[in-house]
Write a protein that binds this ligand. Sequence first.
Ligand code: FUC
Length: 762
Amino acid sequence: MLSAAVVLCFAGLGAVAFAGDFVMSYDGPAGTWNEALPLGNGRLGAMVFGGAGTERFQLNEDTLWDGRPDYMLEPKLKALVPQIRELVFAGREQEAVELFKRTTGGKSSRRNTSEAYQTLGSLVLRFEGHDLPTAYRRALSLEEAVATCDYTAKGVAYRREAFTSLADDVLVVRLTADRPGAISFAAFFESPFQRGAKTSDDGTDIFLCGQAGISHYSYGAVRYASHLAARAEGGRVSADNGVMTVEGATSVTLLFSAATSFVNWKDGSSGDEKARTEDRLAKALAYDYKTLRERHVAAYRRQFDTCRLVLPDTQPGATVPELLKTFRETRNPHLAALYFAFGRYLLIASSQPGTQPPTLQGIWNEWMLPAWMSSYTVNINLQMNYWPVDVANLSPLAEPLLSAMEELAVSGARTARDIYGARGWCCHHHTDVWRLTVPVHGAYGWWPMGGAWLSAQLWDHYRFTLDRAFLERAYPVMRGAAEFFLDVLVEDPDLHCLTVVPSYSPENAPKGRNGVKWTRGASMDAQILRDLFDGVAEAAKILGRDKEDAAVLGALAERRARLAPLKVGRWGQLMEWTEDLDDPEDTHRHISHLYALYPSAQITPRTPELFAAAKKTLVHRGDISTGWGMAWRIAWWARLLDGDHAYRILENQLAPTFATLGDTYKGGTYLNLFDAHPPFQIDGNLGCTAAIAELLLQSHERTSDGKVLLRLLPALPSAWPKGTARGLRARGGYTVDIDWDAGRVTSKRITGGNADGYVVVE
Ligand code: FUC
């Protein structure tokens, strides 16, 4: 099923014969959650298991979080700041941590943890007598964002289609059969919150309502409502005691609507969850199934069709488990292209304007107390979630990040004042839907760089899009993030550079220091600040704020010049700290100081010594890591212009796994193509999507006369001699199409862009 848009898009490619039809297929139902297929429209998420006899849709809503507005500040931190600095500069880091523990009991904030993103429960459909189907197939079409399940039971061919509508904001499930009157099933909810599902007065629909929280003893503020309605052709629909029964129908359309009472991080939860649910349902009920499907697919394709990577498929028709299990032997290039398409699909499904940004698990989470609360870790993970947004041509989907940051800037201004007595705002290494900005998780959470890093990323987003309206909104956020450091940077009395203490290099500790992470300076801090300060200065110029903000900009320029430079250490490595403390045996998953190589452009082929040092560091840290650790490594090898090394890590990342929480951290990919940290973490998927783009196109360098340097196929793995990429995006506002064969560019098209111009390197 090659749709019209795809044919058009690829017209003119002549001899290149590619599948170009991204469908993930399976010959059996999901045995576990990590085999179920994700649907999402940014707000509503559903994991579809595809059981013939028992179908399960595990459900999420992106504002269903535990907790309530709560400022968890530990007031004792403020007095600790100067004492910790003094101890650290005196080389007494261990004592600094002990002082912290003695003073606060080891907690860096009152609860010392973020709140949890929670599941809403499951919608279950039970089909008696369908447990042993034949001719079974389930699939997720990435072309249409529709999941299907086909099978034969008792001589009847059944089909289910499901999608979370991007146009009408409900979950739609369509059931058909090849024999009239053959559809009978029971539908009901299962939920850890359940206080009894309800039935409508007319005895046809069912509802599930509840409240977030971890047990009946502790309810959060957020309430939710949901409503399942059925429209059947033929047969009978009834409901009793929270169970809907459909008997003898020829086809059925189920509409599931859900909403919460969440308003925003400050005002908590005063929304009307029932009215929100009913409003969406009523609007969706105005359309027949065909129209609902068309509206959804059209809305989806407007986003998905902006970019496409197609690599030859040597196993046409293979299921995803077959592709994964045979990847090392077959080296089928199609799996990487499918993974890239899936990454773009996941971003579309979990980040739409007006929704929350994707959490550690996007919007898909089956637990009440998920790993790391499925909240936002801001020392790599949330950043990585947005790495593909520009290169993979989904720029409008960055909106939730900007909105969240506008709120973090307000919440974080209080934190900046109360802990550091500083202007501006900051966010430490974690946040959640309540815009947590104080540190959590004890001493190791005391890392005030999260907001700065995200703000530098906003600037990079602008460099791709040249979207002035975005920059108008981003500028005050970026400036506030920078201003904070005017009051927080301190001079190292021995090294005479400016540094941030307390802080650390996420999440590493120098060898032989008993796990104490605080040092007199992490290389990453200065790297982030250089990008942030430069971004603020350039943005001010573009927006004409340079006069008005001259005092702040002048102070930032003065501080920038005194930040610690990048340094090469005693074994030729890039130094992780301002002192030469790196251990050549260290294989920690975080290599934060390589931020300078990617996503930043502080290390490039034009800085050959640092380039060689970054490579040395990367070789020593090794090729095996967690999912996100692997994705970052691929991007680094791309920037080191070594596609084959990147490819070896991609093979590690795409190794099939069943690992679960508590198993060794060594990455891999679940059968539903979700990345395994383990457990599932979406950053690995999204980071790897960006890294694959980085193998094909790079735009972070500038020529001496200010042109964007576009490197085409800078790190093409030899396993992909032939391919085509459409709609990749480059800094400077360019859109780039490339075809290649025998590893060489055969045609290119570069459109859009700013007046500065570009230079191509092939
Ligand atoms: C950071 C990482 C972990 C994990 C967690 C959610 O703490 O070091 O590997 O990704 O975030």
